[in-house]
Design a binder for this molecule. Structure first.
Ligand SMILES: [Zn+2]
Length: 238
């Protein structure tokens, strides 16, 4: 099967790092419940959820405090850097797609010593408030993301490329549905099983590198027809 290249997209929280920093930052500095349960029960929308959490941040919070907390609180997958290098050597595009916030993603990627593109939400620090900003928000996807990963994936990949997606959570559902090769753990693996989306289970980036390089060597990399149809549909509705 012919394809012109490989574009790899990875989730951040719970995938590149061992926990969900979006949750942890707000648990530590502001509030988390009952809003998270309300979000999961569909009682509030994701944007309203983040806006509410941001309103509970203390007035003296700043980027530096969040970065320090993030660096202390999260562990980076020790195989992540070598996976990114493997992608670079192999000529694959590598992009992080996150529904978390740039303030901590940036700090952690720097600490990991990797220079990669990423798409995420942002926190805007104003004089008397902090507001979340969702550059990838869309009305046309019903996913649980504030910034839709589906759109970040399909608009950042040449049409003839194979899309590889790596993730673990709710915000990864729509991107996985539109990807050819899926690596899934946690809630994303459960979602893939339920919706019959073929996927490779994985624990860390060592597994992803091993499985992906084997699949390439054994000519197992090919477009997934259902994903192709979904991408077509997404382009038509955007
Ligand atoms: Zn979406």
């Amino acid at each position: 099967m012919k394809y012109s290249g490989i574009s790899v997209f990875s989730d951040f929280d719970g995938t590149i790092i061992n926990r969900d920093l979006g949750d942890e930052v707000f648990k530590h500095f502001a509030v988390f419940e009952p809003y998270n349960s309300m979000l999961k029960a569909g009682e509030i929308k994701i944007k309203e959820y983040w806006q509410t959490l941001c309103r509970h941040l203390p007035i003296d919070i700043n980027e530096e405090k969040i970065k320090l907390f993030a660096l202390e609180c999260a562990e980076i997958d020790s195989n992540f850097k070598s996976f990114v290098e493997y992608c670079q050597i192999s000529g694959f595009d590598f992009t992080v797609v996150s529904d978390g916030f740039s303030v901590y993603i940036d700090a952690i990627l720097k600490k990991a010593g990797v220079d990669v593109k990423y798409y995420s939400n942002k926190l805007i620090f104003k004089e008397n408030s902090i507001e979340p900003y969702f550059p990838g928000a869309t009305e046309s996807c019903t996913c649980l993301c504030a910034s839709c990963k589906r759109n970040s994936v399909i608009t950042n990949c040449p049409p003839d490329n194979i899309i590889v997606f790596i993730g673990d959570g709710y915000s990864d559902f729509c991107a996985a549905e539109h990807s050819d090769i899926v690596f899934a753990k946690g809630n994303l693996a459960a979602y893939c099983n339920k919706n019959r989306i073929p996927h490779y289970p994985f624990t860390n980036f060592f597994d992803v590198k091993r499985i992906l390089s084997n699949a390439i060597q054994n000519n197992k990399i090919r477009p997934r027809h259902q994903a192709y149809l979904k991408r077509k549909e997404a382009f038509e509705t955007e």
